[in-house]
Design a protein around this ligand. Structure first.
Ligand code: BYC
Length: 329
């Protein structure tokens, strides 16, 4: 089935793949087809390594930057219980970044380089975190629907081919499912509250809907990486499939709360079973992921400040030979 030539032909446009040893490539693809996990010390095509580093690194950056819009609400959360829950959630997101940076490091890119590429704007991170969380309702929409979208994508990919990424995703999904419950509870509280609370949550939903539609990535026909990533089981569900699954699971729940969505064309087609919607503005998406969204500059500036303020801690940790100096009493 895997005559090396056949595989290489399918990747005709991809010079890097056709330069690989065809026998090793065939063995690699056969392992993937059998559902085996690829581990960091196993042979892998350079393109697989590169694509994984790109995707896992962007994912890690998204977690660490994603902690910022909700993080700003910790001091302003309504009530002690919600403050505690939000604090734990934000801490989890930063923990997810740690897991993901470790998974990406196994592929050979040092963490310092990844952080450098984030703060210099070289690497991407999720579009969604470049929008402001003006009100507490914005914060609850992130906790519910952004986490919901993330779970759809991550649950699928946790069954993928690269061992360290899959194991990180399994743990992340378990934690995200608590976030989802907390987010849902917070949204229900507002949606069943006073008229002002209902107005707040509706306004937040209207603001976040377009970036949420963007969150799953461009339509499959415009997606640059889906084909090769799905072939090698890094992505187990395409951008369009994840978006459809999200709409199927969450639009009815949003409508049940008496809330509306800012898309008059949004409906489920009874024949195809697919959701129909107005295409979100893909030009805006491109601008935002390339650094020109409402909050990109602010988000990166926070990370740069954190890096420069925390540098002495990292330097101290690296100097194992340095003697501990007793502080004055
Ligand atoms: N945002 O060929 P495509 C969380 C880029 S955080 C920005 O379809 P691919 C949370 C894409 O990178 C969890 N950029 O790409 C945290 C590519 O650009 P480059 C976030 C995007 O990789 C805190 C170009 O567009 N989840 O849950 O096949 C609080 C072409 O796209 C986006 C992940 O990171 C986007 N939305 O598929 C609360 C999941 N979409 O690299 C919650 C991991 C596309 O060629 N990532 N681009 O310059 C993935 O699953 C995939 O990378 C994507 C995109 C589905 C996002």
């Amino acid at each position: 089935m895997y005559g090396g030539g056949g595989i290489v032909e399918k990747f005709e446009g991809l010079k890097e793949v056709s330069a690989e040893d065809p026998i090793k490539l065939a063995e690699f693809e056969a392992r993937i087809d059998r559902g085996e996990k690829i581990e960091p010390s196993d042979w892998m095509p350079e393109l697989y390594r590169k694509q994984l580093i790109r995707m896992i690194e962007q994912h890690a950056h998204s977690e660490i930057i994603g902690a910022l819009p909700e993080g700003t609400w910790i001091t302003r959360a309504p009530g002690f219980k919600r403050k505690m829950a939000l604090m734990a959630k934000v801490q989890d997101e930063v923990g997810h970044a740690q897991l993901l940076y470790s998974a990406a490091e196994t592929l050979g890119k040092p963490r310092e380089q990844m952080i450098e590429d984030l703060i210099t704007g070289k690497s991407k991170y999720s579009n969604i975190f470049n929008y402001p969380a003006f009100t507490w309702a914005d914060c609850t929409v992130i906790s519910w629907l952004v986490d919901a979208g993330a779970i759809v994508n991550q649950l699928a990919n946790s069954r993928g081919s690269f061992g360290p990424y899959c194991r990180a995703l399994e743990r992340i999904c378990a934690e995200e499912s608590f976030h989802l419950k907390y987010g849902h509870d917070s949204v229900v509280h507002l949606a069943t509250g006073t008229p002002i609370q209902r107005e707040m949550i509706q306004a937040a939903l209207n603001r976040w809907w377009p970036p949420i539609m963007h969150f799953f990535g461009p339509p499959d026909k415009m997606s640059a990486h889906t084909e090769v990533l799905m072939r090698w089981k890094v992505k187990m569900s395409s951008n369009d499939d994840c978006r459809q699954q999200f709409l199927d699971m969450y639009v009815p729940k949003i409508w049940e709360l008496g809330l509306s969505l800012p898309d008059p064309n949004l409906r489920k087609d009874s024949e195809s079973g697919l959701w129909l919607f107005t295409e979100p503005d893909w030009e805006e998406f491109k601008r935002v992921i390339n650094g020109d969204g409402p909050c990109n500059a602010e988000r990166l500036s926070v990370r740069r400040t954190v890096e420069s303020r925390g540098k002495w801690v990292k330097d101290a940790l690296k100097r194992a030979e340095a003697k501990y100096v007793r502080p004055y009493a």
